[in-house]
Every structure is written in C-alpha cells, then in structure tokens.
Write a protein that binds this ligand. Structure first.
Ligand SMILES: Cc1ncc(COP(=O)(O)O)c(C=O)c1O
Length: 467
C-alpha cells in the first residue's frame, strides 16, 4: 500500500496532489527503481478519488520519465530518477557520538559513566529473557500501565529499601527510560519558566540542558570535596527544586556528609520545595559501606532518581523515580504522555534478575573489577606524572578526578591530546560558572581494561611531556 494524503480543502487540484507526492518520494529515494505503483483502480478506491484523477497523475509521471509503464503489468518507478540530496554540514550537536564503533579505531576513551560493557551478564540475562518470553501471557505483550509493571515495582522497592535505605511503597515508583527521562519528567512536573533550580556546579551539561530547556534559570552552587556547599544556597526565593548528586557528586566525586544532608532537608522544608536526589553511582562505593539515601531522611521532600545504566547497561534504558505520594498521579499521567510506559519484557526480566539474587552477585563482581581498575589508574597516574597531579573523587563510582598543577585543559590542549589517540574530558565542560576547574580532568575507567588504562595514561603522558 502507498500512503498518500489528499486534502480537499487545498487550492491544489487532486491530480496535482497525487502527482506531486509520488514525484517527491521518487526523487528522495523513498520509492526506488522497479517499485510497482498500485493499480490506478486500487489507489483511487484507497484515496476515495475518481479513477481518472489517478490515471492522469500517472500519465504525467510517465511523460516526465519518473515511471515506466509495462503493458499489462503495471506502472514501475524508472531507474535514474533519484536525486541524492546535497547535505550541508549539520550544525554540531551538544550530544557526543556515543557508539564505540563510531569512535576512531584504536583511540582510548576515558569517558565517564560507562560500565564494563563486555562484563554484561549475557548468559544469565539471555536465559531469563527466554523464560520471560516463553512464560508471558498474551496480555503481557499488550500495553501496560504508565508507572511500570507491578511485580517489578514490588521487587525494586524491596531492593532499594535493603540497599539504599529508601522509604518507598511500590505505588511511589515510576519506571522510566533511564535517569535521563526521570529528569525530563521532573522538569515538566515541578518547573515553570520563571522558576529557579538550585543546582550543583559543576554538574553534567546534559542535566543542565534538560532543566534549562523548561525555561527555568539555573542557580549554581559551588561544590567542594564533600559535595554541594549547602551553606551557600540562597534563601531569598523558593526554588522549583534543589538538585543534588548526593552519594557521588558528578563530576567531582564528593559524598555529601550527614550534616549537609540535614541542612539541605531543613532548607527544603523552610522554602517549601523539593530536593531531587540523583543517586546514579551509589552502588560502587569502594571505601566503606554505601551511604544511605537522602530520600530515606524525608520521603515527603525528596524525589529520588535511580538508574540501571551503571550497574547493568545503559542500553537497557531502565531507570526509576521515587516520588512523594502527592506527586505520583501527575507523574503517571506525564509518563503516559511521554511514551506510554517502559518496555514490559525488560522489566519482567529485570524483576527476575533482582529477585533471584543475580543483581547483587553482579554488583559484587563488578565492584571487585572496578577496584582493580581504579588502583591501576591511580598507580599509572602517579608513575607518569608524580607530584604534578593530585587525585580525588575516587571513593565511589566509575571515574576519578585528576588535577594538574601546570596544565590548563582548554580546547587547544584537548585537540593536542587527541592527536595521541587518547580522549579525556575536562571538568570545565560541566561547569556553569567558568574558570574554576580548568586544570581538572574526569577519567572514566569503568569500560577500560588494565592494558587500555596503562596505554591511555602513557599516551596522555606523551602528549603532556612534549608540550
Ligand atoms: C549525573 C548522572 N546521572 C544519571 C545518569 C544516567 O543516565 P541514564 O540512566 O539515562 O543512562 C548520568 C549519565 O551518565 C549522569 O551523568
């Protein structure tokens, strides 16, 4: 079937509408040489037109060489009627190229936030997916509720209570497409164009973009080695919310101490606002036990954002929000509006993966692997640069911060370094107020093996020594 749209209210003849639409599709390569156009009678019935209108349109296409008629066998798109578009260079996007295959071969990429992709538990996941698919009812293949599968939300709420100290009834959970969709839902739910968002500075520029695209103004609060400087939060105006990466500040890596957590909650109560807690990296804490969430201290004030991107795989696109009960219904409606619901089969597989203990096992295994990688990276940095560098923000997560005494990572420097086939990321990229973090790099090590880490730091050394 060929979908054409006929609009009788237009001041364009019906014949011309049929002709133009088919012609455009041929020129753009959508209908390729040899494609058989529907019989004129068939198309006329489909579009509720007289057959003569379609015949006339076909005749014009034939006369101009777009199609060929074969006696008795129909009308076909003629060869050579496709004009390749002269694509002008696209304006560069703030989004980076994400797929590994698209990166320059042999480049070592210290991008943060990527887990060890070759350690994804393929066998276990594959086995569970197969089970889920075979055992699912017919209804499971249909549409589901916007908040996500009930059994998944029950399993997840028990898991989060046990591991993150959150207080949450399954009804407070909305399953999202990663934390990123959670941020968009929150921005839609809580922000108006003239609102202010109190936000850590630096913080990932993706999050800055999401919040500011709602029209709200970002009010940056500096970060030190313990995370957000809660004493610098302004109290003159009620903000839309305060955003905090409490268990591992992104990117600097501080862990918000209990005193600051309490101060933050007191402030939120006083200003009658919410705290949005992004707990994206909490499971991989290497020195000491994981720290309990802010949400557990005041579930009425905190919207908690979580994701499976770091502990399993970003490709799953599974994350979640825990909302104060007053916000849940509105958020369900928004989620429906965004994309109806998260994929059901993945939720069912992940339910089983958590329920049978596989997630705990996987996290333990990965923690050991990341401890090793972190150690090698620190040793390599010290061997290569000695006292020129100091390392911080490494007690949790999949990256650390290295600060140089004598190098500023501006554009010129980064392009110089990239010639050595190593990719590094400056903290300054994520700064709202520029100029305070020019000497710092974020080095992600989650998805680099020992050899790549050694080689990557060696290349960085070559680049920086030869200045
Ligand atoms: C601070 C922060 N939070 C959350 C995420 C996770 O995003 P998602 O769950 O959409 O993959 C990221 C992505 O790297 C991040 O940097």
């Amino acid at each position: 079937m060929l979908w054409l749209h006929i609009d009788r209210s237009l001041d364009i003849s019906l014949k011309k509408q049929v002709y133009e639409q088919i012609r455009t599709r041929i020129l753009q390569g959508e209908l390729t040489a040899g494609y058989r156009l529907p019989a004129s009678r068939e198309l006329a019935i489909q579009l509720n037109l007289s057959r003569n209108v379609v015949i006339e349109a076909y005749e014009q296409l034939l006369a101009e060489g777009y199609v060929k008629g074969r006696q008795g066998s129909g009308t076909y798109v003629a060869p050579g009627a496709y004009l390749e578009r002269d694509l002008k260079e696209q304006p560069s996007s703030f989004l980076e190229t994400h797929r590994d295959e698209e990166k320059e071969k042999d480049e070592i990429d210290f991008r943060s936030g990527i887990p060890a992709l070759n350690h994804f538990p393929k066998k276990k996941w594959g086995k569970l997916s197969k089970q889920v698919c075979e055992e699912a009812s017919n209804a499971d293949f249909g549409y589901d509720n916007p908040e996500g599968r009930s059994e998944f939300r029950h399993v997840l709420s028990r898991y989060l209570k046990r591991t993150r100290g959150v207080h949450c009834h399954p009804d407070q959970l909305i399953i999202t497409s990663g934390a990123t969709q959670g941020f968009s839902l929150i921005a839609n739910l809580l922000l108006s164009p003239d609102d202010r968002v109190i936000i850590e500075d630096p913080i990932t520029h993706e999050i800055q973009t999401i919040f500011s695209s709602s029209g709200a103004t970002l009010y940056p609060v500096p970060v030190d080695e313990d995370g957000m400087r809660t004493d610098l939060i302004p109290v003159d105006k009620k903000p839309g919310f305060v955003f905090v990466t409490s268990s591992h500040q992104f990117p600097l890596g501080g862990i918000l101490p209990i005193q600051r957590r309490i101060q933050l909650i007191q402030l939120a109560r006083k200003l009658d606002t919410y705290i949005v807690e992004d707990d994206y990296d909490s499971e991989f804490r290497y020195d000491g036990e994981p720290i309990h969430s802010l949400q557990g201290l005041d579930p009425e004030r905190v919207v908690y954002v979580g994701t499976f991107s770091k502990i399993l795989s970003p490709s799953l696109r599974l994350g979640y929000l825990i909302l104060p009960p007053v916000l849940t219904q509105q958020c369900r409606e928004l989620k429906w509006f965004f994309d109806l619901h998260a994929p059901s089969l993945e939720q069912m597989t992940l339910s089983r993966f958590i329920h049978n203990g596989s997630l705990d096992h996987h996290i333990q295994k990965m923690r050991k692997l990341y401890v090793k990688r972190r150690k090698i990276l620190k040793v390599c940095l010290k061997e290569e640069f000695g006292d020129r560098v100091s390392i911080s923000g490494d007690s949790t997560g999949l990256h650390l911060i290295v600060e140089f005494k004598d190098v500023q990572f501006d554009e010129g420097m980064l392009s110089h370094i990239s010639r050595y086939k190593v990719k590094v990321y400056p903290v300054e990229l994520h700064s709202i107020q520029k100029g305070f973090h020019r000497k710092k790099l974020i080095l992600g090590y989650g998805n680099l093996n020992e050899e790549q880490i050694r080689e990557g730091i060696c290349r960085l050394g070559q680049a920086l020594h030869r200045l």
